[in-house]
Design a protein around this ligand. Structure first.
Ligand SMILES: *[C@@H]1O[C@H](CO)[C@@H](O)[C@H](O)[C@H]1NC(C)=O
Ligand SMILES: *[C@@H]1O[C@H](CO)[C@@H](O)[C@H](O)[C@H]1NC(C)=O
Ligand SMILES: *[C@@H]1O[C@H](CO)[C@@H](O)[C@H](O)[C@H]1NC(C)=O
Ligand SMILES: *[C@@H]1O[C@H](CO)[C@@H](O)[C@H](O)[C@H]1NC(C)=O
Ligand SMILES: *[C@@H]1O[C@H](CO)[C@@H](O)[C@H](O)[C@H]1NC(C)=O
Ligand SMILES: *[C@@H]1O[C@H](CO)[C@@H](O)[C@H](O)[C@H]1NC(C)=O
Ligand SMILES: *[C@@H]1O[C@H](CO)[C@@H](O)[C@H](O)[C@H]1NC(C)=O
Ligand SMILES: CC(=O)N[C@H]1CO[C@H](CO)[C@@H](O)[C@@H]1O
Length: 232
């Protein structure tokens, strides 16, 4: 099995474990901050409307992967329908209680458009996993429950890492390999104390690796190949 597969298994286990309290307490652990499920489905529909479907939006990265793996490139949002439960939509993962959305995987989904900071996506406060192609506002890093952010293979995706502190972020896995994320790796990366996996391969980060990276006690995978960092 590949490293990614192990990490995936690990994360699956993690989300399973985080769902465990449901066995002893039927009320959701997130209930106090959770919008109604219907409003989450509406938010996803509005989010969908900010994109257009375009085959070539996924052409390079996905067809490259298809060469090795299955054909995962198709418009997932085509199965989305108003009036049905969004937990059943392609690309959407809900908590086992079926009460709220925890994951959104719209990679290789032919989406063209930009994600702005006013996007209804940010109302999905319980989102734990996001895999998406597009242009990203920094607010993506402040989704309060996000544990896995994978933007890998979006060759034209640009962005920077926030300099503000991330001390309350539960991010476990951050993967920005093969993107155009650029600029310095800020000291505040040392605030991501839950981080176990950090991959920045062939991105355009510059400067030096901040010493605060030493604060990441749980970090067990660090990949920096192909980036031009000084002093490393
Ligand atoms: C269940 O969990 C919720 C939120 O964590 C808490 O408010 C509630 O008191 C718990 N109920 C019981 C019976 O323990
Ligand atoms: C992948 O599947 C989609 C939808 O089924 C199809 O349109 C597309 O041509 C396929 N791509 C490849 C590379 O086979
Ligand atoms: C999602 O967006 C696409 C592209 O704009 C649109 O064709 C489709 O009707 C939308 N789906 C829903 C359920 O609104
Ligand atoms: C969201 O922000 C974008 C870019 O700033 C703007 O074009 C768009 O009109 C805004 N949408 C809403 C609903 O405010
Ligand atoms: C990425 O950008 C380059 C040039 O800036 C362009 O030629 C290429 O088609 C773009 N790729 C995608 C997948 O949009
Ligand atoms: C950093 O995060 C902590 C905890 O969330 C918060 O109390 C503090 O105000 C933040 N500092 C800045 C400069 O944003
Ligand atoms: C790496 O960065 C240094 C300093 O900014 C620069 O002098 C050097 O040419 C760069 N190397 C490559 C391969 O881009
Ligand atoms: C709470 C916490 O650890 N905050 C730190 C986040 O990172 C910045 C930059 O390294 C530090 O100055 C903060 O103390």
């Amino acid at each position: 099995m590949t490293r990614d597969a192990w990490v995936f298994l690990f994360l699956s286990l993690l989300s399973f474990l985080s769902a465990m309290p449901l066995f002893v307490n039927t009320s959701s652990p997130y209930s106090s901050q959770r919008p109604s499920h219907a409003s989450e489905c509406d938010a996803l529909l509005q989010f969908n409307q900010t994109f257009t479907i375009s085959r070539d939006a996924s052409a390079y990265n996905c067809d490259f992967r298809n060469f090795f793996w299955a054909n995962t490139s198709y418009p997932k949002t085509a199965s989305w329908q108003k009036g049905t439960d969004c937990c059943s939509w392609d690309g959407v993962t809900c908590h086992m209680s079926k009460d709220y959305v925890i994951g959104l995987d719209l990679s290789c989904s032919w989406l063209r458009g930009a994600l702005h900071s006013n996007s209804t996506l940010f109302s999905l406060r319980n989102l734990q996993r996001l895999n998406l192609a597009g242009t990203f506002p920094i607010s993506i890093f402040h989704l309060p429950n996000l544990r896995s952010l994978a933007l890998t293979y979006n060759f034209n995706l640009t962005g920077t890492l926030p300099h503000t502190n991330w001390s309350s972020s539960p991010l476990v896995r951050l993967s920005l390999s093969y993107t155009k994320f650029h600029g310095p790796i800020p000291d505040s990366v040392g605030n991501l104390t839950s981080l176990e996996y950090l991959a920045l391969i062939d991105s355009e980060f510059t400067g030096s690796l901040p010493p605060t990276i030493g604060n990441l006690d749980r970090l067990s995978f660090l990949a920096l190949g192909g980036i031009n960092l000084s002093g490393t």
